[in-house]
Design a protein. Structure first.
Length: 98
């Protein structure tokens, strides 16, 4: 059975610490970025995202909400968090492509 978004983010957080040795600040920042994406998605679609069904249009819609609200370096970090998350999901077989 595929992971829910929350299960996937929990597993990702554990992997950041266990596999990459990430600091607690890094893990907190990545997970906060993913939670912000989840809330944005849920506000648009009225449900949490399913990791395997998130597509480029969903990510672009989220990034569009950030322009004018946060600076470019923050957008870049949020995008980096999402990329790392989906790379992790590909490695774990939860999604087909990043």
């Amino acid at each position: 059975m595929a992971w829910s978004f929350r299960e996937a983010t929990d597993e990702f957080g554990r992997a950041l610490v266990g596999e990459r040795g990430a600091s607690r600040h890094t893990v907190a920042a990545y997970l906060a970025d993913l939670e912000e994406f989840r809330r944005s998605y849920a506000a648009r679609r009225e449900r949490d995202p399913e990791p395997a069904s998130v597509d480029t249009a969903d990510l672009r819609a989220y990034l569009a909400t950030l322009f004018g609200r946060v600076d470019a370096s923050s957008i870049s970090r949020k995008l980096s968090s999402l990329r790392a998350f989906f790379r992790f999901l590909v490695r774990r077989g939860e999604v087909n492509d990043n």
